[in-house]
Design a protein around this ligand. Sequence first.
Ligand code: CDP
Ligand code: MG
Length: 734
Amino acid sequence: RYRDPDAGDKMNPFAEQEAWEEHQIGKATLKFGSKNGKQAADDYQYVFEDGIDFIKASVMDGVQAEDELPSEEPDVSSAKSKLEKLQEERKTLPIYPYREELLQAVHDHQVLVIVGETGSGKTTQIPQYLHEAGYSKNGKIGCTQPRRVAAMSVAARVSEEMGVKLGHEVGYSIRFEDCTSDKTFLKYMTDGMLLREFLGEPDLASYSVVMVDEAHERTLSTDILFGLVKDITRFRKDLKLLISSATLDAEKFSDYFDSAPIFKIPGRRYPVEIHFTTAPEADYIDAAIVTVLQIHVTQPPGDILVFLTGQEEIETVDEILKHRTRGLGTKIAELIICPIYANLPTELQAKIFEPTPEGARKVVLATNIAETSLTIDGIKYVVDPGFCKIKSYNPRTGMESLLINPISKASAMQRAGRSGRTGPGKCFRLYTAYNYHHDLDDNTVPEIQRTNLANVVLTLKSLGIHDLVNFDFMDPPPSEALLKALEQLFALNALNSRGELTKTGRRMAEFPLDPMLSKMIVASDKYKCAEEIISVAAMLSVGNSIFYRPKDKQVHADNARMNFHTGNVGDHIALLTVYNSWKETNYSTQWCYENFIQVRSMKRARDIRDQLEGLLERVEIELTSNMNELDAIKKAITSGFFHHSAKLQKTGAYRTVKNPQTVYIHPSSGLAQVLPRWVIYHELVLTTKEYMRQVTELKPEWLVEIAPHYYQLKDVEESGSKKLPRGKGRAALQ
Ligand code: CDP
Ligand code: MG
């Protein structure tokens, strides 16, 4: 046999044998082999078997000729200070050459629509330009963002660029967190926060400029802001209004704002290759993981951005990717995994912007936030499973659910575009070209047309806007949804029968919470349990990140969780017990570890609770405690959530009482095995079934007692009660 003189040990008859080592990655297999038997890492070859097949479908245009491309090389003249470097970076942004023109346009027009590709510098630069041009002398420059994380991270970036401390000259304001001071003249905030500011300052007198950013997202708050800011520009001629958007259909904004001029910032985009799968993928999570590793071992350097639908998915993918790459050791290059989602603690958010070390590859696991709100440099590959989580609302039943839905074509284009910002990119869509063309809508339906409007109606009513039907909506909500919101607020006793705000309604509007939660708090006055109810409200507001359940300690974690459910008190009281127990340990971190509780979530709950306590004072509710009467606490909860009642069926499923629908208790609930006859729930989530999350047992007569406008006795009588003797029928009600 012929022997290659360079190959390994000539005397070893096995030297030529191929040594392949296999790793299962989802449905795919990653094989490592070395033809000559050497174990050096660089000699490994990879074979990806049964991975995902993609076909290249098209190339999204790049707009600049190769020689005009700005250099990708980082500036290595390291003697410069960080501030100087940041100042130079500012000048490389696509918006920079248009600085003077833009300022002139703002000077000449009161309202301006600004359009520019994501990453061109709209959010970080325009407010700074306006400050530099002196607009901050006459008032604050406010810039709204649909997402909290974006508001925080952009404010942090801008304060760095300006060399000031975050919260001083540059700050942000998001629900339950105000990081501004008297000095703040550049204020980033969520659109919902600016909406709330109207309550205290209906003409926004302290602002000289309002920039409604990411207008294309069309969140509910942004849409309502449109109507309100449009109105104040009529009598506040000194106020400048900027509407900025990342998409090109700006005409619609312009038309709405009385033909405001459109300022276009020419994009700088590189070509992006679009790849589709050849067949539909049954499990997009698995497909995303396989695709990431496939890119990692087969594609040249460049970071990866994966779009997932929420925190849970991101954590799952994070865990699986870590697990699988750990098994591969040093055979593959380092993969740095960076999650980003709304509840991610601030310290960890900064990680996604850190440059990737040489030889490694970064993979960013993001929610929709990375679609247009945040720009991450260095992304060359986008993995797009084609889904996002959206709120959907059925005005007929009044039910709201978070659903995982296919994205729109417009979103898919935005996602793909994220890979071509600093060089040519590739986008791997985990769906077929047929799916794209036939199943995806062109645009996402604005939130106002698919959500419960109770909150907005309450805000508008508090602003003295009564004629909601004639409010200047850009796209009006379905009249059914408006009516439903009025009905709900009436049932909650926030509005009277003439549709006017009641004292309860005015108190409720003080709380930056959903009307059902604010009603629960206002009702706690009557049941003398405000102390407990604000803890419950704070814990519910944190979301579903209180308990954690590590894969290798699930039994321990479940046992720890069930300790809080002793006596089948229900999930609300269990949350209260968690909070109180933590407080008793003097907010101990150790205690959280021992009980499988996320300390970060608890700290957030504590912050929220502190603020709710402050608001109680404003609406003159005394902070009384009634811990020994759990029924009083449950009645206060029912006062807010009576719409969400359900009754057990023979099948073990539940039926919602009004507008019957089949629902189930979520497996994570302490009552999942108990199955009480009557329950109220905090929210519905649709996964494999329609699940009720955060469930508490209820006495049906409470419904009639607490919400007589909404429930009659017949609603809560047992269906079989006619056959029973009177006495037993009554007993069955208990
Ligand atoms: O708003 P727009 O999408 O037009 O761009 P931007 O958010 O102002 O981003 C401009 C530049 O700032 C991007 O190149 C980002 O990399 C950078 N940036 C950053 O480094 N850190 C942030 N938190 C936000 C932006
Ligand atoms: Mg932006």
